[in-house]
Design a protein around this ligand. Structure first.
Ligand SMILES: NC(=O)c1ccc[n+]([C@@H]2O[C@H](COP(=O)([O-])OP(=O)(O)OC[C@H]3O[C@@H](n4cnc5c(N)ncnc54)[C@H](O)[C@@H]3O)[C@@H](O)[C@H]2O)c1
Length: 348
């Protein structure tokens, strides 16, 4: 039995990764370490909470002494690090919170893993999950590859870029066996409704305005979260040490086209007239430092590890909408309380 630490496993992507590892690998004991911030929700992983190879640990990656105790007690052989502050808009209002969790928190985990593994790195792996936003913005053409220079524009992407650099530096300087993946925008079940797709699903259900930034021409690549979890599983087990892999959906959309597709699918699901939800689209003032276009060249992971997305965007979006429509209680719970205050501030 190997003890594996997954951080941020009560969040959006982390919950899908935890579920996959608990179900696929009975020979691993999965420890899910999460501080349960506004973005963490144990409801996301309720279906596996009683599995014998799973333990939830409430804790903060900013608490190094606590991390040391945890590592000493459970002797983790692998770390999958997903805990982070992850929302760009929030990073604009409170950048320091992002430096703390994303940079210092990652440093704490690196230090504790290095100390615990004491240069005996055989069979150990530190896997840092990162974003394509570290590469900055693309013009109308081109793709981010693993060798694209880092050029982050938001406090969020700057903090993720810094943490990527530290992980790499611990590999080069101390020999820590690491892998990093930089992934494009995820969507799917359990996504907190501050990000575009779940926010708009929520607003369409409630017939509230759909706030589209600027002219709606911002372009992103989208990947279904369960396909990301499969890629993470593959890289954790078969990726090469000291390597970076880009993960993407081969699936670029301008925001406005995506929103229109979402409106169409939602109208059909909700039995509303064609075009009804599109009337909710409302253009709002752009956010500062908004990157025009992200697009991923995911050919390395495709060629070396044989990974590719399993669903089309239309299929993934339909699965996502179905999940939100049959989990209205989840949506209600996460959009009560503090969420209302945040929403008013953000879109006033
Ligand atoms: N969502 C995306 O589209 C996307 C794309 C590429 C990469 N990523 C990266 O994937 C990771 C997960 O993203 P997500 O969208 O699931 O994020 P999320 O915000 O949904 O979840 C983050 C989780 O981390 C936990 N957490 C926050 N601060 C913590 C701390 N100090 N100590 C312990 N736990 C803490 C939260 O409680 C939450 O459960 C992040 O590192 C993010 O940068 C996300």
């Amino acid at each position: 039995m190997k003890n594996i630490l997954i951080t941020g496993g009560a969040g959006f992507i982390g919950s899908h990764v935890v579920r996959r590892f608990v179900n696929q690998y009975p020979n691993y004991h999965v420890f899910n370490l999460d501080a349960l911030t506004y973005a963490g929700n144990l409801e996301n992983i309720k279906d596996i909470e009683n599995k014998p190879n799973y333990t939830f640990v409430k804790g903060d990656i900013l608490d190094e002494a606590f991390l040391e105790e945890l590592f000493a007690k459970y002797q983790f052989e692998g770390v999958l690090h997903l805990a982070a502050e992850s929302h760009v808009d929030r990073s604009i209002t409170d950048p320091l919170a992002f430096v703390k969790t994303n940079v210092i928190g990652t440093m704490n985990l690196l230090n504790v893993a290095k100390k615990q593994w004491k240069d005996d790195f055989v069979g150990k792996r530190f896997y840092h999950i990162s974003t394509d936003e570290v590469y900055g913005s693309l013009g109308a053409t081109g793709l981010f590859t693993e060798t694209t220079a880092y050029d982050p524009n938001s406090p969020y992407s700057a903090s993720k870029a810094a943490s990527d650099h530290f992980v790499r530096a611990y590999g080069e300087t101390y020999g820590l066996p690491y892998v990093i993946t930089n992934c494009s925008n995820n969507y799917g079940p359990n996504h907190f409704p501050e990000k575009l797709i779940p926010l708009f699903i929520h607003n369409i259900i409630e017939k509230k305005p759909l706030p589209v930034y600027g002219d709606g021409k911002y372009t992103r690549d989208w990947l279904f979260v369960e396909d990301h979890a499969v890629a993470i599983d593959l890289v954790f087990h078969e990726g090469k040490n000291h390597e970076t892999y880009n993960i993407g959906g081969f699936n670029e959309w301008q925001n406005i086209d995506l929103v229109k597709l979402l409106c169409q699918q939602m109208d059909a699901k909700l039995g509303r007239a064609v075009g009804e939800s599109e009337k909710l689209i409302s253009y709002v003032k752009d956010r500062p430092g908004h990157d025009l276009r992200y697009a991923i060249d995911a050919s390395k992971i495709n060629k070396e590890l044989g990974w590719k997305p399993s669903v089309t965007f239309e299929q993934g979006l339909e699965k996502t909408i179905d999940w939100y429509l049959s989990n209205e209680e989840w949506l209600k719970n996460v959009t009560s309380g503090d969420y209302q205050k945040y929403y008013k501030e953000q879109y006033k």
